[in-house]
Design a protein around this ligand. Structure first.
Ligand code: PEP
Ligand code: CO
Length: 448
């Protein structure tokens, strides 16, 4: 275990982006309560994910990390989760089929309730309000009272994460994710689109492969690799008190694990080398990620690797780059070289969302599908040029047919944004755009 580390050692480091909780002991009581609750995931599961990510680090698998920008307390239903899972499974089939490597599936799911903000307050009309920091902290409605951080939300976040994870386990292990049902994942809305038809072609190929296996005597109905999938959970480890309360000592190895999710990541705004977030995550045994924006330097990233993965364990550390489509290739190449030459085994993943956000004339925050593809293109090119593996993508999506990102095969434009703009934070790809992206990524990786 790391020298001098305890689950609370982060408390003596500066912690960015923490809410201004009311000073009445309520937050301590909420955290104490969560500390008595069962872990949401087990250390052994986090280790399995780390092993799978180790395969990504060595170029033998691909990471698909996807889900909402921010999960919502209001949009909490089986249908919503099923639709999200459906599109993730469809994307994974497309990627596996065309790339010929396993796809490691990690959701921004079952705990993605806290958001860092560029400014602590925002102006709505004449009103200066505390910024919305995710449903784990406050309510997005533009009312001062509702924007006040409420510690009861920490407990509610735990319960919603538990319930979401329970359903996720049922969907992924109980038949929904059975590869024999590959056609059934193509929901009506997507199936009627060109990308849905392209997906059907691949699904027919998968069917043929399954028929071949059956003819060879393999029982595809009971082979667990075919009728169950692993979908791991992840979120930004932002509210450190909550993460600490769910950090438990593994009885098998004696190591500490943050049992709020399988994988945790550090955001662009909290990645200070001498800050509390890095201090906290360096001591837990989970696989961890760190976002890297345009200001990241080679020296910084190599030191980050030393701090977070001194034992150089493949799969322990995922570097999630989010540079913006225009600069990605030039910005990435020196970082890739620096990390490669330092000998650190990392997973490189591309977040093509957060460097490509802008405000449309009607005031909606949006992203263009082509910019998203553009950033992934630059990412793949940079890795090809440096001889490293473009290990995966990290995207914000939903299975619902929202109109939050522009472009894609449906060519959504500015006028469409108001039709179904439902995100509680950043704009997400809808089902068709997500599947379209999987095709484009598959093509890029096979041809670049
Ligand atoms: C996010 O992933 O939603 C996010 C806030 O990203 P970043 O930290 O890269 O800005
Ligand atoms: Co976001």
């Amino acid at each position: 275990m790391s020298r001098g580390w305890t689950p609370s050692s982060w408390r003596s480091f500066p912690a960015a982006q923490q809410p201004d909780w009311p000073d009445d002991g309520a937050v301590d009581r909420a955290l104490k309560q969560i500390g008595t609750y069962p872990p949401l995931v087990f250390a052994g599961e986090a280790r399995s994910l780390q092993t799978a990510l180790g395969q990504v680090a060595s170029g033998n698998a691909f990471l698909l990390q996807a889900g909402d920008c921010a999960e919502s307390f209001d949009e909490f239903s089986a249908v919503n989760l099923r639709e999200k899972l459906r599109v993730i499974l469809q994307m994974a089939v497309m990627l596996t089929y065309s790339m010929g490597v396993p796809v490691v599936k990690v959701g921004r799911i079952a705990g993605q309730f806290a958001k860092p903000r560029s400014s602590p307050t925002e102006k709505i009309g004449d009103l200066e309000l505390p910024s919305f920091r995710g449903h784990m902290v406050n309510d997005p409605a533009p009312v001062a009272e509702l924007r006040r951080p409420d510690p009861a939300r920490l407990v509610q976040a735990y319960h919603q994460a538990a319930s979401t994870l329970n359903l996720l386990r049922a969907f992924t292990k109980g038949g929904f994710a059975d590869l024999n049902r590959v056609h059934a994942w193509n929901n009506e809305f997507v199936a009627s689109s060109p990308q849905g038809q392209r997906y059907e072609q691949v699904a027919r190929e998968v069917d043929r492969a399954l028929a071949f296996m059956r003819a060879c005597g393999i029982d595809t109905e009971t082979t667990s690799a075919l009728n169950q999938v692993d979908v791991y959970t992840s979120h930004e480890a932002l509210i450190l008190g909550y993460e600490e309360a769910l950090t438990r000592q593994d009885s098998l190895t004696g190591g500490w694990y943050d049992c709020s999710a399988h994988m945790l990541w550090i955001g662009e705004r909290t990645r200070q080398l001498d800050g509390a977030h890095i201090e906290f995550l360096r001591g837990v045994g989970n696989p961890i990620g760190c976002k890297l924006g345009p200001s990241a330097t080679v020296e910084w990233v190599v030191e980050l690797c030393e701090l977070l993965n001194p034992a150089r364990i493949p799969g322990r550390l995922t570097l999630i780059t989010r540079m913006g489509a225009e600069h990605v290739e030039d910005a990435l190449r020196p970082l890739i070289r620096g990390v490669r030459d330092s000998g650190h085994p990392v997973v490189w993943a591309c977040d093509p969302m957060h460097g490509n956000t802008f405000t449309a004339p009607n005031g909606r925050k949006t992203r263009h599908f082509e910019a998203i593809v553009g950033e992934i293109t630059g990412f793949v090119r940079a890795h090809r040029a440096e001889g490293t593996w473009p290990g995966g993508i990290h995207v914000e999506l939903t299975g619902e047919q929202v109109t939050e990102c522009l472009g894609g095969a449906e060519e959504l434009d500015h006028d469409d944004l108001d039709t179904r703009y439902e995100t509680v934070c950043d704009p997400r790809l809808n089902g068709r755009q997500s599947l379209d992206l999987a095709f484009r990524v598959a093509e890029l990786i096979s041809t670049t």
